[in-house]
Design a binder for this molecule. Sequence first.
Ligand SMILES: [Zn+2]
Length: 396
Amino acid sequence: MIQLLSVGGNALEDNFLWSGIIGQKDAIDKIRASLQSGEGSHAWLFVGPRGVGKRTTAKVMAAVLNCEEGGCGRCASCSKISRGIHPDVSLIEPEGNFITIEQVRQLQQFISLKNYEGRAKVFIIDETDRFTQEAANALLKSLEEPPPGVVFILITANLEAILPTIVSRCRQVQFRSIAAQEMIVFLINKYGLSYDKASLATKLSSGVLGTAISFATSAAKKERRKKVLGIIRDIDRFDLARLSFIAEEFLSEVKRPLDELKVKHKKEVSELKEQFGLKGIPSHIKKRLEQRHKREISREEHQGFEEILNILISWFRDIILLKETDRQDLLTNQDRILEIKERVDLLTGADVYECLQIIEEAKQLLRFNVNMQLTFETMLFKIHEVVTVQNSSHFR
Ligand SMILES: [Zn+2]
């Protein structure tokens, strides 16, 4: 443990940034107490399920360490960190499947440079369980003897996969799943939703707050869900040509949000240009930004694909749940109960499980850079075959 920048002034009364993180009181208390004491660790390890606020918390911590006011959320420094363009705060995450030795070398080079404008140089490393062996060993060196003012925040959902020597050098903070009720209350308070709408968004989110928020607030996502559910409900009525067309439609649903993201990226680049003026953006910062943009595009694409599959899974899971438990309150698609009921009588349990299996297979394929449209098409053909064979035997 080292003496670290202590958080100045009225900082910790200012609850603003911390209050944006929900359902993680113990973790936040631990971090804040440590920062307040001025004896923060130079290496942290945030452990907990995906999508519960670990990365957000890391960014808040970076803001608190760099802000003159201890994390006001309004100054230039806080704003740059929240937008991911602060030159002293870096996010490292797998490129492809792993965090590579080249990425760690870049990081080490960056450590040796002086700070651009911040008080602390913060490295947020997401998916720390995905280092190559070589890269993990290189990182270990940096963790052992970091220069003053450097803080590492390592993030993982899979503690067992991390080298014990890395774990032992970090102060560990445990994050937990966000309770459904807590998420519902948050959505009602923050976005003014009705209880039913907040509850539906929570059910659709699989415990991931970001997903719940986007279901609650994004018209495009609501539209996407409506479209996908409408198609899967009627899939037995479509012929194969129509299914090919639907696969195309699914793909354009995946691509749609990318344009928005590209506009955002362009804006970031021009803001950064402005910031560095005539000197131009330093090449290593430019490179990092370009890499991040590339990753964000590919992540958005993957998420879109996965989201469509998750909507399909929720549909079939609801059918099986209603079949086996007869409890409507357990269903995810609370606004579709009548339609789900109709399907309960039309499909056997075995067929529904088979459909779920087909969708899971498509989901697995996503890891291998597959052709998305073809994957959608194959999946739809297979589901179609299962449900139509079932229907014809049913009416025989
Ligand atoms: Zn600030």
